[in-house]
Design a protein around this ligand. Structure first.
Ligand SMILES: C[S@@+](CC[C@H](N)C(=O)[O-])C[C@H]1O[C@@H](n2cnc3c(N)ncnc32)[C@H](O)[C@@H]1O
Length: 250
């Protein structure tokens, strides 16, 4: 999968892809990330990428000409989806990231200042992607989030297929707690079941912990998901246990 990022601050991306899963995916050629300096697509001698808003008002707006020129040059073929990073866009979530990973190329436009000329939104982009209900100073951090989250769905990017399957949201539940060495850290012990070697007991414990975490931290996820009969039984157990603990401490 190929990501093309259009930005006026290409230097921001300097070292962010030089570590971890994304770096390995780049080295293996599973993904490509191309960062394009918007200024190189200007035609005037001052390489101007922004201008004052018509009608007055604060700040600057990114001009349409270099953005259109950049997309027209970068897209490998007609129909390549083009996204503007924008707080007004569709919020990125697990499902959206997975859908985006079905493309062989996506182009990401990073806005700055007051944003981009509306004609880019109306006549160039396929959609707008938001990473949350807050305002960033520029689209670059959002583009990084998109590249990282979407790459995880590109086949073979995440080492063991299992680690994606266990990820929070994959099953509509939060992931179970994870532990590593030491077994005893300052008297805080790792749950015994994890040393039992009994895979089915470990799986049951993990499912119970996932359900418990989801019920406590993100009950909305349980409401929007079909809960199996077995899971319902476990949830009842969890609720009874929690109630018992509360009664004890009263
Ligand atoms: C200061 S913001 C402009 C916000 C714009 N004036 C508005 O109210 O919609 C500058 C740029 O940051 C990016 N940006 C800001 N918040 C974002 C978010 N939550 N998700 C994705 N991109 C965001 C967009 O590319 C935006 O054009």
């Amino acid at each position: 999968m190929r990501f093309d990022i259009i930005t006026i601050f290409p230097e921001i991306f300097g070292s962010v892809f030089s570590g971890g899963v994304v770096k390995k995916a780049l080295e293996k050629g599973l993904i490509e990330v191309h960062v394009h300096d918007l200024r190189t697509f200007t035609r005037d001698k001052h390489k101007q990428v922004d201008d004052r808003p018509f009608g007055g008002g604060q700040g600057m707006v990114l001009k349409p000409e270099p953005i259109f020129a950049a997309v027209e040059e970068i897209r490998c073929r007609e129909g390549v989806p083009v996204f503007l990073l924008s707080p007004q866009g569709r919020k990125l979530d697990f499902q959206y990231a997975e859908d985006l990973a079905q493309n062989d190329q996506i182009i990401l436009i990073c806005g700055r200042y007051e944003g981009v000329d509306e004609r880019v939104i109306q006549h160039l982009v396929t959609g707008e992607i938001s990473i949350g209900d807050y305002i960033l100073t520029g689209g670059e951090p959002a583009a990084l989030v998109v590249v990282d989250a979407v790459s995880r769905f590109v086949p073979r990017v995440v080492g063991k297929a299992d680690s994606v399957k266990n990820d929070t949201f994959f099953t509509g539940l939060l992931e179970f707690p994870q532990y590593t060495r030491p077994r005893d850290f300052r008297g805080i012990k790792v749950p015994e079941v994890l040393f039992s070697g009994d895979h089915s007991r470990i799986e049951s414990w993990r499912l119970k912990k996932s359900l418990e975490k989801t019920w406590l931290l993100r009950p909305d996820l349980l409401e929007s998901r079909t809960v199996s009969r077995e899971e319902k039984k476990i949830l009842e157990e969890i609720k009874t246990e929690k109630k018992g603990k509360r009664d004890e401490s009263d």
